[in-house]
Design a protein around this ligand. Sequence first.
Ligand code: ATP
Ligand code: MG
Length: 254
Amino acid sequence: MTTKSRKKIYEGKAKILYEGPEPGTLVQYFKDDATAFNAQKKAVLDGKGVINNRISEFVMTKLNNIGVQNHFIKRLNLREQLIREVEIIPLEVVCRNVVAGSMAKRFGLPEGQQLPRSIIEFYYKNDALEDPMVTEEHVTAFNWANTQEIDEILAMTLRVNDFLSGMFAAVGITLVDFKIEYGRLFEGEFSRVILADEISPDSCRLWDSTTGDKLDKDRFRRDMGNVIESYTEVAKRLGIMGDMPKVIEGGITS
Ligand SMILES: Nc1ncnc2c1ncn2[C@@H]1O[C@H](COP(=O)(O)OP(=O)(O)OP(=O)(O)O)[C@@H](O)[C@H]1O
Ligand SMILES: [Mg+2]
């Protein structure tokens, strides 16, 4: 089936979801569009979708191997992956190891300060409200998730953090923070929580461990340039550049 004949389910800022080949599956298409500050800032970064599709595939596969269940089934082509359809829990789950971004701003702390322990935060996924930070009390009171689901989310997020911190540290990258999303996978009347969406330099802060150079979306947010080059560097260090098409100015070569 070609992309054209597929039914579009949802178009977000960075990805498009199409109906999958079987019930309960979707095709996740990674666009080159980049947005920041709740879509006030927009650009097209040639090749970003291709790199993020590959990095997310790599990370989700590794996480699956250590028992962190997630939506990834298989990569279909340069920009698309087959995923399991879930009912997204409307939370952006953020895990932080080092102070950066909104945490630096909110608490008046210097970026780069090591946190005494990893901190998990919840934000209500709602663009119109600019994703406000919420507590577990809000999450349960408004029925976004129940206490058992919250416990699963917290435990899985810490496992993801431990694994990814080690994986990146091994290639000279500090995992400063990241945002993930979870969803419910239904099996009859029961459901379990699995990891969904993407894990890429769009959703993580990644700093070179030696130089402190930013290798993530902050390069776009802060107009630092070399965005694609930095994303490519992350892929290269993870050893997934082998059959990656060469990203050149103006497009990708294959
Ligand atoms: N396995 C899945 N099943 C269903 N929906 C998913 C799955 N994985 C991710 N999604 C959702 O697909 C969309 C991906 O698109 P994208 O990331 O571009 O959205 P977005 O612009 O960030 O907007 P949103 O605020 O909806 O996340 C998101 O809404 C995300 O929550
Ligand atoms: Mg998104």
